[in-house]
Design a protein around this ligand. Structure first.
Ligand code: NAG
Ligand code: NAG
Ligand code: NAG
Ligand code: NAG
Ligand code: NAG
Ligand code: NAG
Ligand code: NAG
Ligand code: NAG
Ligand code: ZN
Length: 904
């Protein structure tokens, strides 16, 4: 540390002792911030998995053969139950699966070699024939390339003819994976164990997880998204199990012998290989009502019987209706299955007609799940259902444009949840969370463009890296902006036509721009949509616009946290601005130009606010006078400023301060009004931004004054909920429930004595023998966490015991989080060790458990060292997150949710 630090210590002491008022708190924090930011490096940034180099030259299939239809037979040999009392032989579990496939394809250009994909499969017995003449063609050589291409190369005696139609038959065998990719196995408990070591209650199932490039591990296929085909599937499985696949079950099942039966499915509509799916399990369904589509939600029999799938079943039909109305295109199959799996690498996967979820993200138990879990369930279902159109019906040509899938699914989620659960009032919260996550990831010089060139996305690992914050969050944010530029009805009209014209086909972003352009031309016209939008999707980052309200001048600059980075990027920026009560029409700031606009000139103490309602993907800075007026307005009458902008002003100011474009005092001044604020958005913005202070300055002198300041600010809000926490009940409306949780969290994190006392008291009651849990499910998470944080070994071990005993997935999740809250390093270390034992923590939950520990400042370094040491075991379920920001580079995979998922 530099010598400044002793100076700052003196300041800190002086101010802390002298006064506890808000302004003094701010002043102290500022002085310390300034001295420390100059001397401290933010938290270390681990970066891995290491990126691979040395690519093979060609990783794409040639386009001379086009698959049209597959017949696939799959026969997994596993047992769903292993009963000891089975006489003669007690069977062991088996991981073998066998199968065969015939792919019918068209030859568009003559060739004597067939290339398709196959990985980790033993492929044999190829038979090639012309379906036009029934003539067989001899195979002279077959080779599986064991490199990043995964090509299966088949050489023929003579060339296939241009325009001809052919079939290729292949037999194969493989092993069910113990990981979470391809065809994998999973176990769960069913029934009541008769005694301690009773394993009769163990049940097994298999499921698939094929996005983006794992279909090739299940059967040999043309495994690229624009090789769409029909799939006609037959599954052979144990007689006590049930098989589900993408298509409709044709004619029930056929008994083969005492052990086996087979289930056949109707051919699917045209679809990409990554959407192929099947499961074999003993699960049972909960039906939904829908006038046309047969919808069933499958879960463990016990969970189904207890009604845990009811909430999901209830909203699924309604969300499907909403999308059918909004897009004007009906869901293309007559059946839709959903299944709640004990293990899945992501929160959800949108396989056509067979959507898979982590059971903890889909099941809801009245009285145990928090009411806020409903929000996540609804968001996740909406996201996966939106994919039935965006992704499944209309698919990107290649993975470089995966944002067309994920950006749209995230975007549509905002609206669908609002349509089926209007009381949640979450649309604005979600849109803003999404924007902030994108902003955070995209403010680094190392960010990437939303849409890359195909050449940059070639190998399976490069494809995997596309599933990041930029794809999900920036993708949705640019769509919000586009819809605002052309107006929502125009946008919706264009989208409807786009989906209808391109169904069962593949598109890229240029095709999307054409449809928006046409609809826009029909209404107002004038803009070049591709030119405007490419400036956002093909360039990294985003701008900050600076408005001088004295002169009316406005200019743009690439916003980067690193103020010494040089960049000449610029954008086509749509600006919605208001002057006090006047709202202006859209004003454009063109690349490279600085503009003088009368609308931006303020007089007589008026303020200007730009990016009204935060639809633009950019930040705004002003001259000091205008900032001052905004601060004053927020303190006098905050409701004059639109709600979303109250949050955005805070987020902008903090981030501008981080980039050294404004003084940090300004950001802190802006948070003063929240003492009286009762809306979630401004609080959420304040908490997450001050959270940055915590991460940067934990255990430094800034920490104390900041805690004091926040304690002061939140006290009123916390006390307004006092009645509820004492009575273990919660407010009735959803938004207040959210705020209540935030209030308790901020109050306890910042050592408000009555909050900590409350948490400890309620937890102590719980620890009493035979006590029933009276803590409201909404509040359990935050109360457990703070009780564990302020407790010791006993409290931690109690939570661990509860975790082991609990069979409820939401309760287990809360406890897994609470265990990471302890401030005792040795307990965190013990917890990390437990993640290596799948009997204690499921493989699927390892990534999130470690991530919880890493978010605890006491556990950050510990967690990263742990990951490095055990990467081979813990590697499942991470995705590259904020691309090197000060938070964390790796996040647990969350491919399902909108809004909430973006926060990692
Ligand atoms: C094995 O058990 C089955 C059912 O439990 C029974 O039907 C069968 O007779 C038994 N076979 C032998 C050889 O004990
Ligand atoms: C099951 O596995 C055990 C130990 O691996 C082996 O001794 C036994 O023969 C196996 N039983 C069968 C039926 O394969
Ligand atoms: C495919 O496999 C099934 C099950 O093993 C078998 O009955 C069938 O005959 C095979 N198909 C062909 C064409 O060999
Ligand atoms: C901003 O959002 C609010 C509520 O979300 C809405 O009532 C208002 O019309 C919006 N204003 C503009 C200019 O879009
Ligand atoms: C704003 O414009 C006025 C008038 O041109 C100028 O005096 C002032 O310095 C500008 N303010 C900033 C912050 O650039
Ligand atoms: C909070 O509201 C009260 C009463 O309306 C007002 O006197 C006070 O100045 C406000 N405080 C802040 C920080 O805005
Ligand atoms: C913040 O507020 C303090 C106290 O009102 C004031 O002295 C200071 O100039 C303000 N700073 C900024 C940058 O607005
Ligand atoms: C809390 O309860 C007391 C008495 O039960 C009541 O007077 C008070 O208004 C309540 N406060 C709130 C914020 O509901
Ligand atoms: Zn998705």
């Amino acid at each position: 540390m530099s010598k400044n630090s002793s100076v700052s210590k003196a300041f800190a002491a002086a101010f802390v002792v002298l006064t506890a008022s808000a302004i003094a708190g701010i002043v102290t924090m500022v002085i310390l911030y300034k001295t420390q930011i100059a001397t401290m490096d933010p938290t270390p940034r681990p970066t891995f998995p290491p990126t691979t180099t040395g690519l093979p030259p060609v990783t794409r299939l040639p386009k001379n053969l086009v698959p049209e239809r597959y017949k696939v037979l799959l026969w997994p040999r596993f047992y769903s139950q292993i009963l000891e009392e089975v006489n003669v032989t007690s069977p062991n579990q088996t991981v073998l699966f066998t199968g065969n496939t015939t792919v019918y394809f068209h030859c568009v250009q003559g060739t004597s070699s067939i290339y398709l994909h196959s990985q980790n499969l033993d492929v044999y017995g190829p038979v090639v024939a012309s379906t036009d003449t029934d003539e067989g063609i001899r195979v002279t050589r077959m080779e599986n390339h064991h490199d990043q291409t995964n090509f299966l190369e088949i050489e023929l005696d003579y060339a296939l003819k241009t325009g001809g139609n052919y079939s290729l038959f292949l037999s194969f065998r493989g092993e069910v994976s113990g990981g979470l990719e391809g065809l994998y196995g999973s176990s769960y408990e069913e029934g009541i164990p008769a005694h301690e070591d009773d394993t009769d209650t163990d049940r097994f199932l298999i499921a698939t997880s094929l996005e983006p490039t794992f279909a090739r591990r299940v059967f040999p296929c043309f495994d690229e998204p624009d090789f769409k085909a029909e799939f006609e599937v037959t599954i052979i499985h144990r007689r006590i199990t049930m098989a589900l696949a993408n298509g409709i079950n044709t004619d029930g099942t056929n008994i083969i012998d005492d052990d086996w039966k087979s289930t056949s499915f109707q051919p699917t509509p045209l679809m990409s290989t990554y959407l192929f799916a099947f499961t074999v399990s003993e699960f049972t369904p909960t039906p939904s009502s829908h006038h046309r589509v047969e919808i069933n939600t499958y879960a463990r029999p016990k969970a189904t019987a207890a009604g845990h799938a009811k909430y999901a079943a209830d909203i699924t039909g309604r969300i499907l209706d909403y999308f059918e109305r909004r897009f004007g295109i009906i869901y293309p199959q007559r059946k839709l299955d959903q299944i709640a799996l004990p293990d899945l690498i992501s929160d959800g996967m949108e396989n056509l007609g067979l959507i898979m979820y982590q059971e903890g993200e889909l099941l809801y138990e009245e009285g145990v799940s928090s009411r806020l879990d409903k929000e996540n369930i609804a968001s996740l279902i909406a996201h996966e259902l939106a994919h039935q159109w965006f992704g499944n019906l209309v698919t990107m040509k290649w993975w470089n444009d995966i944002w067309l899938n994920e950006g749209f699914a995230s975007y549509m989620t905002f609206y669908a949840v609002d349509a089926v659960e209007p009381d949640f009032k979450l649309k604005d919260v979600h849109i803003l969370n999404n924007l902030h996550s994108a902003f955070e990831a995209d403010a680094l010089a190392s960010s990437r463009p939303l849409s890359r060139s195909q050449g940059e996305v070639q190998t399976p690992s490069q494809i995997m890296q596309m599933f990041d914050t930029i794809t999900y969050c920036k993708g949705a944010a640019v769509l919000v902006m586009l819809a605002d530029i052309v107006d929502q009805p125009v946008f919706d009209k264009a989208i409807g036509r786009y989906l209808s014209d391109w169904k069962y086909k593949n598109t890229d972003q240029n095709i999307l721009w054409e449809y928006i352009q046409k609809a826009d031309d029909e209404s107002t016209g004038e803009r070049n949509i591709a030119e405007v939008m490419n400036s956002w999707t093909k360039q990294i980052g985003y701008p900050v616009i600076t408005i001088n309200t004295t002169s009316g001048e406005a200019f743009q600059k690439h916003f980067l946290f690193n103020d010494s980075a040089v960049s000449s990027l610029s954008w086509h920026i749509p600006i919605r601005a208001m002057k006090y009560t006047t709202l202006f029409r859209l004003i454009w700031l063109k690349p490279g130009e600085s503009a003088m606009k009368d609308e931006f000139v303020a007089t007589k103490g008026e303020w200007i606010l730009a990016n009204v309602n935060c639809t633009g993907y950019y930040r705004v800075n002003y001259n000091p006078e205008n900032w001052d007026r905004l601060v004053t307005q927020l303190q006098k009458d905050p409701r004059r400023i639109p709600l979303k902008n109250r949050g955005q002003l805070i987020d902008d100011a903090f981030n501008l301060a981080r980039a050294k474009l404004v003084d940090v005092t300004l950001a802190l001044n802006l948070t003063r009004f929240i003492r009286n604020e009762t809306e979630l958005i401004p609080w959420a913005a304040t908490i997450s931004n001050l959270g940055y202070f915590v991460r940067m300055f934990d255990r430094s002198e800034v920490y104390g004054p900041m805690q004091m300041y926040l304690r002061n600010q939140v006290e009123g809000l916390y006390n307004s909920f006092r009645n509820y926490t004492d009575n273990s009940t919660v407010p009735t409306d959803h938004a207040s429930q959210q705020i209540q949780i935030k209030a308790i969290d901020v109050a306890c994190s910042n050592e408000l004595p009555e909050c900590i006392e409350m948490a400890q008291h309620m937890y102590a009651d719980l620890m009493k023998i035979n006590s029933t849990n009276i803590i409201h499910p909404n509040l359990r998470s935050v109360i457990y966490c703070h009780a564990v944080a302020h407790g010791g070994k006993e409290e931690w071990e109690f939570a661990w015991g509860l975790y082991l005993r609990s069979s409820d997935v939401s309760e287990r999740d809360r406890l897994r989080q609470a265990l990471s809250c302890t401030k005792k390093i040795w307990l965190l270390s013990r917890y990390l060790d437990y993640t290596l034992d799948p009997e204690l923590i499921r493989l699927m939950e390892v990534a999130s458990s470690i991530s919880y520990v890493s978010r605890n400042v006491a556990g950050q370094a510990l967690a990263w060292n742990f990951i490095r040491a055990h990467w081979n075991y813990v590697r499942y379920g991470w995705r590259q997150g904020d691309r090197g920001s000060d938070r964390q580079v790796l996040h647990p995979v969350r491919t399902g949710r909108a809004g909430a998922f973006c926060d990692g």
